[in-house]
Design a protein around this ligand. Structure first.
Ligand code: F1P
Length: 580
């Protein structure tokens, strides 16, 4: 049995919030060790058995595979009768971004085959949440229900897939509640990675309805995240694997009459496991990129991902998530995609007028970033053989005039391109060769595999670089932004974990740090969590400040001046423990 599966291991935490024993000392690891730890953590997604622990089902458990079969059949039905039908994918943060990516990709595919585009996505906070963190709408169940209600107007058959890795987002819970009140029209599916008894009550209600095939819950345990609670990593990847398996099976059944079977689904999941193995067989090259990115961040330089098609979008998503995850500056790691918003194809169109966070086109990179690029910056190209390699070469040439620190992650699919010509353009190219036996020249499958592989590489690069710059303590991101109820609970847990103080004591310290006052008024402590998180959104370092206050029994000002002296979180925590 895995260590984290033992009932005594962090018993009060759901799986997605537990700390992973594999990465306990990730903050002391070198780049290669970091990548190896991430490889092991991600391998848990495909774990075959729960080692006799009936509490957990895994992705390949027969009950999970069977539910995937059932949901795929629902997709098939909708695709065969698309009039007045809709498939809605919805989630918050990373889950919403994955929903967006899949819905837009499949709609594009349907359009190119002259079929009705039946996918729609919802992300809490609207399209600006695709590129920036909008955590507070995540806590609003009514907003969730309202948005779904609007999306369903005039539809007779709706398959709703709500994603919440922690099975905890009130926004998605509100939508599921709406579905349960409209079961004649909507079939709801919930995707997440905790057992239902560790989740919101709505998940249990859905579990009951599953027996009558009116609702479905897909909730395998995939193990704790490499950085505790960072569901952008395994949570996002596992969501992508499950949804792509379901949707592809549904499409092949509807368009090619390929029956949806238990073994067929298992086969598709096994292919994704192979994607994991192939990607991580490049540990050394990946570790070199982690190192380069860390050096750039340490020198106050930047990391730029320049990608083509959806690989560019994967880059933008990974980069934007570093801001809420690591408290990174928005300039630190940035992503750009060829053709900007026309490639994104998002519902609200070109958002570039909203400000610098929404400047994502290669052309913008060339105009605004390129002139000041230096060797302190790391540039990583993301492309596959299916992209316009002349365009890739031309941009590489322009970048090389400013920095030699230019790398690429390239996907070779059929071996038709001329890899040597491309290789000479970069300092190093991490070439991932995909055996044709894996994708059988199916363009949808090729794309899915390249995207997931790129996601794993970039998650490793951005996480590894921040770990190496001292942002993480053990495998906890202590300096998290406390911007919604889930993150508020996580912050209190971290304070308890490192100080041994009581829940009440930790919550008071957190609120003092959030409101910046020594004595809380009665009104303040009784205000609801949403109010606290709105204030916390405006403040920096609230959790480290609360931590030092708890350890040193000092004032807010003392805690702040103390933290200013340390840039490495483990050093700050160790030093403040010495204060006792
Ligand atoms: C949604 C989410 C995460 C994000 C952060 C806050 O989580 O927005 O994507 O990384 O942790 O929550 P979930 O509902 O999918 O668990």
């Amino acid at each position: 049995m895995q260590h984290w599966q033992q009932p005594s291991y962090e018993p009060y935490l759901p799986v997605t919030e537990k700390s992973n024993p594999i990465t306990r000392d990730i903050d002391r690891a070198n780049p290669e060790e970091i990548v190896q730890m991430l490889q092991k953590c991600d391998a848990e997604i495909f774990e075959r058995t729960s080692h006799g622990n009936p509490m957990y089902q895994t992705l390949c458990s027969s009950s999970v595979v069977q539910t995937i079969v059932e949901v795929s059949k629902r997709v098939e039905v909708i695709l065969k009768d698309p009039e007045d039908s809709l498939i809605v994918l919805s989630g918050c943060g990373t889950s919403g971004r994955i929903a967006f990516l899949l819905a837009t990709s499949l709609n594009r595919w349907l359009a190119s085959h002259h079929q009705k585009q039946i996918y729609s996505y919802i992300i809490a906070g609207g399209d600006k949440a695709l590129l920036t963190s909008q955590e507070s709408p995540e806590d609003d169940p009514f907003l969730g229900a309202l948005t779904l209600d609007k999306a369903c107007v005039g539809k007779k058959h709706v398959l709703f897939i709500g994603i919440s890795c922690g099975l905890s987002a009130p926004f998605v819970a509100g939508q599921l509640d709406f579905c349960l009140r409209n079961l004649k029209i909507i079939t709801p599916v919930l995707i997440g990675f905790n057992p239902v008894d560790m989740a919101r009550e709505i998940a249990e209600r859905m579990n009951e309805l599953q027996k009558q095939k009116k609702a479905y819950v897909l909730n395998p345990a995939v193990g704790p995240e490499a950085i505790s609670g960072s569901s952008r990593m395994k949570g996002g990847s596992a969501t992508k694997v499950i949804l792509e398996t379901i949707l592809l099976a549904g499409h092949e059944a509807a368009c090619n009459n390929k029956a949806i079977t238990f073994n067929g689904i298992l086969h598709s999941l096994n292919k994704f496991e192979k994607v994991h193995q192939i990607t991580y067989s490049h540990t050394k090259e990946l570790a070199a990129l982690v190192e380069k990115a860390a050096v750039s961040l340490r020198r106050k330089g930047h990391v730029y991902y320049l990608g083509w098609q959806t690989l560019g979008i994967i880059g933008i998503i990974d980069a934007s998530e570093c801001i809420p995850t690591f408290g990174a500056g928005f300039e630190d790691i940035r992503g750009f995609v060829s053709n900007g918003f026309s490639e994104m194809n998002n519902k609200e169109g070109d958002l570039s007028s909203l400000g610098p966070h929404f400047i994502i086109d290669h052309k913008d990179f060339v105009h605004t970033i390129l002139p000041n690029l230096s060797d302190n910056d790391t540039v990583i190209f993301l492309y596959s053989e299916n992209d316009d390699l002349n365009e890739v070469s031309a941009l590489a040439k322009s970048v090389r005039q400013h920095t030699s620190n230019l790398h690429a992650i390239a996907h070779e699919l059929t071996g038709l391109s001329d890899p040597d010509r491309m290789r000479s353009q970069f300092m190093a190219v991490l070439t991932i060769k995909w055996p044709s036996s894996l994708h059988k020249y199916n363009p949808v499958l090729m794309k899915q595999h390249c995207e997931l592989s790129t996601k794993w590489c970039l998650n490793a690069i951005s996480t590894g670089a921040h770990v190496l710059t001292g942002k993480v303590y053990m495998n906890y991101m202590i300096d998290l932004r406390v911007t919604n109820s889930k993150l508020y609970r996580r912050a209190i847990h971290i304070l308890k974990r490192f100080t041994g103080s009581t829940q009440a004591y930790c919550e008071t310290a957190l609120l003092r740090a959030i409101y910046g006052i020594e004595e809380l008024s009665d009104g303040m402590s009784s205000t609801n969590v949403t109010q606290h998180t709105l204030v916390a959104n405006e403040r920096g370092s609230v959790v480290p400040i609360a931590l030092v206050m708890l350890q040193s029994r000092g004032t807010i000002a003392e805690a702040k001046s103390y933290l200013d002296a340390y840039s490495v979180i483990r050093d700050a925590v160790a030093a403040c423990q010495r204060l006792l």
